[in-house]
Design a binder for this molecule. Structure first.
Ligand code: WQD
Length: 346
């Protein structure tokens, strides 16, 4: 049974990916310092799969502690690297925090890849590297624009570091560029746990609908789109998760065309903010309390993926549609509220 190291395994996409890896016969260990996540996710993973996952509570910026994990696990066949800070707005107000955390973590990991000859490495990247695209849908060959935020810059630099590292035969790597991951595992045992007020659309919708937030804002309806609101490519987190398993299998079977293949992970379908809200209202039966507000600085007007490469080369198929995304996101929010209510009553 191949052992995969998942960094950020207690996080949103990391936890869903661990479930998928376990369901496909892998052994998994996690490194997560829980600075932006909770070991609550590990319990959820075990509830879904019936399998135990060891999480090393280690800060990847600490090289000695990171190296010790590799010394203890000399049979790591691949790494999937999620652990990074990802709040666009926070990265603008605290750029050094983002450069230090996101880049030092990756550098320490690559030192261990070299020292322990780890063969395969999958990197969590983002469509944010495309900036505001000249043409949509974007392909993996679409130009990389100047990052709109330090967060986006760390993703671009991470990609460049890996391209340089693999040029010298460091290992085989895959860059996965996510569009907008949303939704939750159908069991509602794991899902997104935003810290503080949610910045992303779908948790803002579900927290408003459940009453955690009094009202939400639609950041602009005067864009040059079919209904004036921004267009994004929302993709279910379980579809994203499975793409990581396929990426590891692709590398193990040495199907990679280069030492650093790149794949867009999106549905290829653009959805406006107002259409997403409408879909949620139909699924939940809740009339969402929102207002049209000013545009959010840095927002891209429209972006969605050309996902042909992932479909044809990884054998990736999209299993969840927009209704599923909203249904599972809402079920997760209801589950969190039920847990909070029972904690209050006890
Ligand atoms: C989507 C649309 C908002 C909240 C970011 C990162 C990206 C990735 C996903 C990490 C936009 C609108 C949002 C709200 C709104 N992050 N919106 N009201 O900005 O496309 O992508 O998160 O990997 O790298 O850049 O996602 O969900 O924040 O916004 O109107 O309360 O929803 O203006 O048009 P975004 P988002």
């Amino acid at each position: 049974m191949q052992k995969i190291l998942v960094t950020g395994g207690c996080g949103y996409i990391g936890s869903h990916t661990i479930v998928d890896l376990l369901n496909h016969g892998y052994e998994v260990i996690s490194i997560d310092d829980n600075s932006r996540s909770s070991s609550f996710s590990i319990a959820g993973i075990e509830q879904i799969t019936g399998k135990k996952v060891k999480n090393y509570l280690v800060d990847l910026k600490n090289f000695d502690e990171t190296q010790a994990v590799f010394q203890e696990n000399t049979d790591i066949a691949g790494i999937i690297h999620f652990a990074a800070y990802k709040a666009v707005g926070e990265s603008v107000s605290a750029p050094v925090l983002y450069y230090e955390n996101n880049l030092f973590s990756l550098i320490n990991l690559l030192k261990c890849v070299e020292e322990f000859s780890i063969p395969n490495f999958v990197f969590s990247s983002s469509c944010t590297v495309y900036g505001s695209p000249d043409a949509i849908p974007v392909t993996e060959l679409s130009p990389i624009k100047k990052a709109e935020s330090p967060y986006g810059a760390t993703k671009q630099m991470g990609e460049e570091m890996l391209q340089d590292f693999t040029k010298n035969g460091g290992c085989n790597t895959i860059l996965l560029r996510y569009f907008n991951p949303v939704g939750a595992h159908p069991s509602a045992a794991i899902g997104e746990l935003p810290i503080g007020r949610p910045q992303n659309l779908v948790p803002a919708i579900t927290q408003t609908a459940i009453g955690k937030l009094p009202k939400m804002k639609v950041f602009g309806n005067d864009y040059d789109t079919r209904d004036g609101s921004c267009i994004r490519d929302y993709i279910h987190v379980c579809d994203i998760a499975h793409a990581h398993t396929l990426a590891i299998q692709y590398l193990e079977q040495e199907k990679n065309k280069t030492a650093c293949d790149i794949f867009n992970l999106g549905t290829g379908i653009g959805v406006t903010v107002l259409e997403a809200i409408q879909s949620f209202q139909e699924v939940s039966g809740v009339a969402l309390n929102y207002e049209i507000a000013a545009r959010r600085p840095g927002d891209v007007v429209a972006i969605f993926a050309n996902n042909d490469a992932a479909v044809t080369q990884l054998g990736w198929t999209i299993e969840y549609n927009l209704t599923d995304m909203m249904k599972t996101a809402w079920a997760w929010e209801l589950k969190l509220k039920a847990q909070e209510d029972s904690a209050k009553n006890n």
